[in-house]
Write a protein that binds this ligand. Structure first.
Ligand code: FES
Ligand code: FES
Length: 159
């Protein structure tokens, strides 16, 4: 087993870790207690493990932890500040977009990234759907998830 020392920031806290170079970022994060990062398919299909690395959404099950060396990682635990849900988290609650909740942490991070990329423009419903196409949900039928996103982005009128 080949080991490597990496330094990364997770939700504003610095970590220096000795890891197996084959370990996924999802594994490493979960071992450090960030259990919002869900292990679903494990092959980059379902999005349950989505986290932000330098503000870009990645499937952490297929993202090697060594690639996160010197990078800034965000999980949904860190989006909640001083006991207050982030606007994205609150929108999911308000829209009733959480059922079993297994997909929710990954979806919240995908929405967070989507929102940050589209701050200054109106988005269409189609863009919301395609922007979340990498995250599967077995419970909600997606309608409430789209409604949650619509609560916090500027939605363009349909033609
Ligand atoms: S667990 Fe990572 S994409 Fe499914
Ligand atoms: S709420 Fe159950 S998988 Fe999405």
């Amino acid at each position: 087993m080949q080991k490597q020392t990496i330094s990364l920031t997770v939700n504003d806290k610095k970590f220096t870790l000795d890891i197996d170079v084959r370990q996924s970022l999802a594994d490493v994060l979960r071992k450090q207690g960030f259990t919002s990062v869900k292990q679903g398919c494990g092959v980059g299909e379902c999005g349950a493990c989505t986290v932000l690395v330098d503000d870009m959404a990645v499937d952490s099950c297929i993202y090697l932890a060594v690639w996160a060396d010197n990078k800034k990682v965000r999980t949904t635990e860190g989006e909640c500040r001083n006991g207050k849900l982030s606007p994205v988290q609150q929108a999911y609650v308000d829209a009733g977009a959480v059922q079993c909740g297994f997909c929710t942490p990954g979806l919240v991070m995908t929405t967070t990234s989507f929102l940050e990329r589209n701050r200054d423009r109106k988005v269409t419903r189609e863009e919301i759907r395609t922007g979340h196409a990498g995250n599967l949900c077995r419970c909600t039928g997606y309608e409430t998830i789209v409604k949650a996103v619509e609560k916090i982005v500027d939605v363009a009128e349909e033609e």
